[in-house]
Design a protein around this ligand. Structure first.
Ligand code: AGP
Length: 612
């Protein structure tokens, strides 16, 4: 996905929009650009491949980039390589307008052919450039600016979050959305548009979340929101409930490390106010479901992507154990095209940190179209997924900037574990389970902290595997999804190939990979299947595999078979993933850092994938 920022007001737009896209760089960072209308209302476009610092270095003097209206974009390439020519903003043949876009125009080839037949010349490989020529096409036909934008967007198939400026209407900025987030920020005699509140929160906390197929026309004094077919929309102003300090690295070298260390707090925020000791259960108000409706659920389908999918898999283990409800966990990208079977009393749960992941959004819309009740577990208030579900739970992890998800993951599984207790307690789960769960969950933040205190020890272990080419992560039960998550963390930020596997399954193939060069990171806490995983680890040891084991404090015998051990505190089996994942997050972080890689903005990745 990409990042968009626009400004219109009395101040110089350029520093505002450049600083804004820098705060969105986690959304995509392979090229960037700005367009401003200068003092003479001339349209000026500056763009550059590479990080935003490259763009900043390429900008001319502040005097030449001064303007009271401007738009900016940081790109995660979908169509066309991350070159300067393909960077946004894009313009048409006459250089009158500039467009920035987040999303995919699926019918861009057909539209381009038609426009080329009319004489339009294209210079980039992007789908977005079509928008610029299309708007220009309607302007040339004499349409007023906002009508030209409206007409153009009516022809578009696919998704967009756009901002447009026009040197023939130098006091107007237009923005519109379908499928990609777009937010209007309301300042004092100034307005902002952005893909993410993080870009503008230092200027205003008053925002309006545009809905799909809505367009906003903004001038220096006010704004008007309508649907694309020109029906009036009443503006709903929201107040952002967090501040800029939460999007600052502070003393940490990377956002990812800061977010790993925030987990005692973020997990605490996930359960705060939701534990009901007196009834040995939990309260998840946002579900909008009565006890009877909760009892009527016969099947659960969890849809998600990436780390959120791993969280869903842990949710399966917990909910099936506590509530005895069958749970399927589906990759959203597969689910959406598989004509899923939604039976009576099926509950669909969509899990998404950003609340904007295109595959997850499409999958929940497919489930909704089949009559399923949809819940969302999201982190971003007002996100599209949060707004399209019938109810849900915010995980309250705070803004997560690091592309590799960490604190959102532990907050997601905290919510899923609580959901397991809630669904169980309206069925046959005994109050004793609920009470011990609540009592132990309250201790988890400090137990996470005790693992974080081993950061230096874990960094030493990271040094021993930082030059590996491959790694294998093993776990059993609800620690199998933790093994998957640990492997994903390592590969997405250190670029070392890593696989997560159910420990016993290793015998059926991957054991062929084991040799003295293969680090095997195994999760072997003290639980009912401890002896089973130990025999799997013996099989690794017998083939000279290098064992790094996550074990429970006090388990000294494990040292006989492993090269390194990272101890975690004892906890309830249900809650174990909240602890076993922490060393894996730190291990991946240190390996990537030791390899000198960009931990917060790994190559090819983006924080939320709002395209298919
Ligand atoms: C997580 O480390 C990854 N960056 C990625 O897999 C992510 O979890 C996935 O894209 C889903 O994002 P979402 O939770 O915002 O929907």
């Amino acid at each position: 996905m990409c990042g968009i920022v626009g400004y219109i007001g009395k101040r110089n737009a350029t520093p505002i929009i450049v600083e804004g896209i820098k705060r969105l760089e986690y959304r995509g960072y392979d090229s960037s650009g700005i367009a401003i209308l200068d003092k003479n209302k001339q349209l000026k476009i500056f763009k550059k491949s590479g990080k935003i610092t490259e763009l900043e270095r390429s900008l001319p003097s502040p005097d030449e980039t001064y303007g009271n209206i401007g738009i900016a974009h940081t790109r995660w390439a979908t169509h066309g390589e991350p070159t300067t020519v393909n960077a946004h903003p894009h313009t048409g043949c006459f250089g009158k307008i500039a467009v920035v876009h987040n999303g995919i125009i699926e019918n861009h080839k057909i539209l381009q052919k038609k426009l080329e037949a009319e004489g339009h010349k294209f210079i980039s490989e992007t789908d977005t450039e079509v928008l610029a020529h299309l708007i220009e096409h309607f302007l040339i036909k004499g349409n007023e600016f906002s009508l030209a934008v409206r007409e153009a967007l009516q022809l578009v198939e696919g998704t967009f979050g756009i901002a447009v400026i026009n040197n023939e209407e130098p006091n107007k900025m237009i923005a519109a959305r379908r499928g990609s987030p777009l937010i209007l920020g309301i300042g004092k005699d100034e307005f902002f548009v952005t893909s993410d509140v993080a870009a503008i929160i230092i200027h205003t906390k008053r925002v309006i979340y545009l809905e799909d197929n809505e367009i906003v026309v903004i001038n220096h004094k006010n704004f008007e929101i309508t649907t694309l077919d020109n029906k009036y929309v009443e503006a709903k102003v929201s107040e952002v409930d967090w501040d800029v300090s939460s999007i600052d690295k502070g003393e940490y070298k990377h956002f990812m490390l800061k977010e790993i260390f925030e987990q005692p707090t973020s997990v605490g925020n996930a359960f705060r106010g939701r534990l009901m000791e007196n009834l040995s259960t939990v309260r998840l108000g946002g579900l909008n479901m009565s006890g009877e409706e909760l009892r009527s659920i016969k099947k659960i389908q969890i849809i998600a992507c990436g780390t959120s999918w791993h969280a869903g898999l842990i949710g399966k283990y917990v909910i099936e154990n506590t509530a005895r409800i069958p749970v399927d966990v589906e990759y959203a990208s597969e689910y959406r095209y598989r004509n899923p079977i939604i039976s009576e009393n099926t509950l669909v749960i969509s899990i998404s940190q950003s609340g904007e992941t295109a595959d997850t959004l499409a999958a929940l819309r497919e489930a909704k179209s089949k009559g399923a009740r949809i819940l969302g577990i999201t982190n971003v208030v007002g996100s599209t997924i949060a707004r399209e579900t019938d109810g849900g739970v915010y995980i309250h992890a705070g803004t997560e900037i690091g592309v590799a998800s960490t604190k959102a993951f532990t907050s997601q599984i905290t919510i899923l574990m609580m959901m397991g207790v809630l669904l169980g307690r309206v069925r046959n789960l005994p109050p004793t389970f609920g009470s011990s769960f609540i009592k132990e969950l309250r201790l988890i933040p400090q137990k996470i902290q005790s693992i974080l205190d081993k950061n230096d020890e874990i960094k030493k272990i990271a040094k021993t595997i930082k030059d590996s080419k491959n790694a294998l992560y093993l776990g059993r039960g609800s620690n199998y999804p933790v093994a998957l998550e640990g492997a994903l963390k390592l590969k997405e930020i250190s670029y070392i190939h890593a696989e997560g596997y159910p420990a016993a399954e290793m015998k059926h193939g991957p054991i062929a990979l084991i040799d003295e060069n293969m680090p095997v990171i195994a999760i072997a806490p003290d639980d009912a299947i401890y002896e089973k995983i130990i025999s799997n680890l013996q099989e690794v040891k017998a083939r000279n595999g290098r064992l790094i084991v996550i074990a429970t404090e006090g388990d000294t015998s494990i040292k006989d078979i492993c090269e390194s051990v990272i101890y975690i505190p004892q906890t309830l089996h249900t809650l174990q993933p909240l602890l076993t994942v922490i060393p894996l997050q730190l291990l991946a972080y240190h390996v990537a850092n030791l390899r000198g890689l960009d931990v917060d903005q790994p190559r090819n990745l983006a924080k939320s994938v709002t395209v298919e």
